[in-house]
Design a protein around this ligand. Structure first.
Ligand SMILES: Cc1cc2nc3c(=O)[nH]c(=O)nc-3n(C[C@H](O)[C@H](O)[C@H](O)COP(=O)(O)OP(=O)(O)OC[C@H]3O[C@@H](n4cnc5c(N)ncnc54)[C@H](O)[C@@H]3O)c2cc1C
Length: 398
């Protein structure tokens, strides 16, 4: 991966503070409209462009800042403190949207689309999940070679950003005889305006409003061979590698949200006085805050280790990224429940002087599922734990 730019600590801190303001003030102002209409307001793109938010991780040669993951994750954590739907968008814009094309696309495609992604003028959605199928090799969508072209038939579900994307990354079975192995699938770049492709909108979600979910249906969608990403039969490798990094990004987003819940809980516990003492002076509340802070710190350390492994090109990222996602879900559960409890009754209302707790609580729950639920993370990471006889020390990247 070509994310190797390291800016100075003072530059990083200035950028982090700028993004915090953008997220908690400028984008927050757009939240009520986004919540009400379930569509991202147009201003979101203008704010993103003005503040470099489309180009944090994209490699420099295509107009990005090319930040290393250790530094990019520091900024993603800030992005995750805000609106959940917009957080999903920035996380994909700085990751899944460009990575597969950058690593597997033809030079022509890279030169055409990646610079447009740096300015927010092109966006690719990621389409893996199918109805009545599991993840991984359980995929029914098919692609057949006819002459020089590929013909795709099948459908994908729960796909984010179907209302704003310009193209999709799709995985399809290209060899029925190898369906049970990892070599039966191939990845494709499918323009959203392809003939035979249509979207059926899904109902509104519990949180993360604005992220435009839909089913993507493909009937005889014809593509030239240059839209193939990687070799024939390499699709699962391509998708699983992209997913590992994306899973790490979700883990970092869980960290950003958990940190915000913790801060809200601490502030409220200092302000709120009952029977002559602040909640922060009560041992019962102190114990709760201690547990919350410890979980958040542990999550931060796993996130840091994960960033170092990605930056040091460790090949197998499955275990550390799944640990990060798993611990992230457990942490955000504990701290969001804790923050709501400590906030008392006002925490259950939309308007709250301590922050949008009610919305953040709903938004956080989307991350239970994005890039795989707890069960799947445990199944993924335990393979390495067993293979390594339980020797899972950090630092195998040096
Ligand atoms: C907000 C949101 C955005 C999303 N965006 C996208 C997107 O852009 N692109 C995309 O492709 N997908 C997307 N998804 C889909 C998401 O990746 C899936 O919902 C998730 O991977 C779970 O798959 P599923 O919904 O099919 O649940 P299921 O696979 O039905 O799982 C249900 C439960 O059963 C458990 N389970 C499943 N299989 C096993 C097993 N073998 N052993 C033990 N337990 C098991 C799971 O852990 C889970 O708890 C999105 C989902 C959400 C909620």
């Amino acid at each position: 991966m070509e994310n190797n730019v390291r800016i100075s600590e003072s530059e990083l801190e200035a950028l982090r503070m700028k993004i915090r303001k953008v997220v908690e003030v400028d984008l927050e102002k757009l939240s009520p409209e986004c919540e009400k209409n379930n569509v991202f307001p147009k201003e979101m793109w203008e704010i993103g462009k003005k503040n470099d938010m489309f180009r944090l991780s994209l490699p420099v040669q295509y107009g990005g800042m090319g930040l290393c993951f250790e530094q990019y994750f520091t900024l993603l954590e800030e992005i995750a403190r805000g609106n959940g739907g917009m957080r999903m968008f920035w996380h994909v814009a700085n990751g899944l949207s460009w990575e597969i094309l950058c690593e597997r696309g033809t030079e022509d495609m890279k030169n055409k689309y990646l610079p447009q992604m740096a300015t927010g003028d092109y966006f690719v959605a990621f389409a893996l999940t199918e109805k009545d199928c599991g993840s991984g090799a359980d995929i029914r969508t098919k692609a057949e070679k006819k002459g020089d072209n590929w013909v795709i038939n099948g459908s994908k579900t729960l796909i984010s950003f179907t209302d704003v994307c310009d193209a999709y990354y799709i995985i399809a079975c290209t060899d029925e005889s190898k369906r049970k192995t990892k070599d039966g699938f191939t990845a494709f770049f499918v323009p959203a305006d392809s003939k035979g492709l249509r979207v059926e909108n899904m109902p509104h979600m519990m949180g993360c409003r604005g992220a435009g979910h839909g089913d993507v249906i493909m009937e005889n969608v014809e593509l030239p061979d240059c839209c193939r990403l990687g070799e024939v039969g390499e699709g699962l490798t391509v998708f699983l590698h992209a997913l590992a990094i994306s899973r790490a990004s979700i883990g970092v987003c869980l960290l950003g949200m958990s940190q915000r819940f913790l801060e809200i809980a601490v502030k409220r516990s200092k302000d709120r006085v009952t029977f002559g003492k602040s909640l922060a002076q009560r041992q019962a509340i102190q114990q709760q805050l201690a547990d919350m802070a410890t979980q958040v710190m542990a999550l931060r350390l796993i996130a840091h280790e994960c960033a170092l492994q990605i930056d040091n090109d460790v090949e197998d990222l499955e275990m550390i990224t799944s640990m990060l996602k798993l611990h992230g879900i457990d942490t955000v559960k504990l701290v969001s429940d804790g923050a709501l409890e400590i906030m008392g009754g006002i925490g259950y209302f939309e308007d709250n002087p301590y922050g949008p707790l009610e919305r953040l609580y709903r938004d956080a729950r989307g991350m239970w599922l994005e890039e795989g639920p707890r069960t799947v993370q445990r199944l993924t990471l335990v393979r390495d734990v067993i293979a390594k006889d339980g020797e899972i020390r950090h630092g195998n990247y040096v």
